[in-house]
Design a protein around this ligand. Structure first.
Ligand SMILES: Cc1ncc(COP(=O)(O)O)c(C=O)c1O
Length: 321
């Protein structure tokens, strides 16, 4: 079988078409209806399965990669898991550049999928590891013959993969939502949705949800501890003209949102979902009665049992904030 024909079979065929559910208990606090788009229901338990698939599919289609190509990516979690499963399934070698903040459970999953792990140890000049990781990717691309970086930070297939996410929402609701709350890091998800809103000429108001201390929207850098959301360097994809509203969420507020989702809806989700829930509460006074609001629930919470869902870890964060 040609490798191209294998991309949409088996476990890979389960990527996307995630459920959209009414968050009825949470909605009771408001005069509008809130729905959750459960990206945590992808096989890799996050929205990054979509980006991984679109990037690899496109590179295969264009003949940029084959089973002898080594894929290289910098990641601290979900993108790594998306790529690791896909590359293992397609028998494509994968090298992931990670840093000391990597969650041990995520590391174990990456290793089970036989990804080669390169861990940087030297912080960059901003005290984080992103720039060191990216420098390592460059070095590996130079040193490994027939290598290719999926480059989630700049590959246009990252935002393109989320145009379908928005289409799915419109199809399920039978109309475009009035408000769409999306957490940000590379801004691939946000800009994919923005593109579809523009293309469909929808009246949907797109609300970016970013971490307090992230520099994406031009606010100063500060220490953040919730993984998945925020960035310490500007986004390559962001077009501010298409994103009129931004809500910044502190670690403490994002954690409170996670517990609200757990208590009200029995949904165990990651920190960016908690941030989205908190952002809807903050933004609620500006939302009209009977509006349809969609919250992107980006990843599953089981990977955060030792952090967001661990009392000691949370108390430590609260003490520092
Ligand atoms: C849990 C979670 N939420 C939100 C995001 C932000 O997505 P994007 O990189 O498309 O901005 C990510 C990205 O990795 C993530 O892992």
């Amino acid at each position: 079988m040609m490798i191209e024909n294998k991309v949409q079979t088996g476990i890979i065929s389960l990527i996307g078409n995630t459920p959209l559910i009414a968050l009825e208990h949470f909605s009771k606090n408001f005069s509008f209806d809130v729905f959750g788009k459960l990206e945590m229901m992808n096989p890799g338990k996050s929205l990054k399965d979509r980006s991984s698939l679109k990037i690899i599919e496109d590179a295969l289609d264009k003949g940029l990669i084959n089973q002898k190509t080594t894929i290289i990516e910098s990641t601290s979690g979900n993108m790594g898991i998306g790529l690791a499963r896909l590359c293992a399934y397609l028998k494509i070698p994968l090298v992931l550049v990670v840093d000391p903040y990597i969650n041990p459970q995520v590391l174990k999953i990456l290793q089970l999928f036989k990804a080669k792990i390169v861990q940087v140890t030297q912080p960059d000049d901003k005290g984080g590891y992103l720039n060191t990781r990216l420098a390592k990717v460059k070095e590996l691309l130079h040193n490994i013959k027939n290598s290719f970086t999926s480059n989630q930070y700049q590959n246009p297939n990252n935002p393109l993969s989320h145009t379908k996410t928005f289409d799915e929402i419109v199809e399920t609701l039978g109309k475009a939502p009035d408000y769409m709350f999306v957490p940000t890091s590379t801004c691939g998800t946000l800009m994919g949705m923005a593109a579809q809103i523009k293309k469909g000429n929808y009246a949907t108001k797109l609300i970016a949800v970013d971490a307090l201390g992230s520099v994406i929207f031009g606010t100063p850098a500060q220490k953040r501890q919730i993984p998945g959301m925020g960035a310490s360097c500007p986004s390559h994809f962001l077009n501010r003209d298409l994103v009129p509203h931004v809500v910044h969420m502190s670690d403490k507020e994002s954690i409170a949102g996670c517990y609200k989702l757990l208590d009200k809806e029995s949904i165990l989700a990651g920190g960016s979902a908690g941030a989205v829930v908190g952002a809807i509460e903050k933004f609620a006074p500006q939302i009209e009665k009977d509006a349809t609001v969609v919250a992107l629930i980006c990843d599953d919470g089981e990977r955060y049992l030792d952090t967001i869902y661990n009392e000691d870890w949370v108390s430590n964060i609260l003490l520092k904030s």
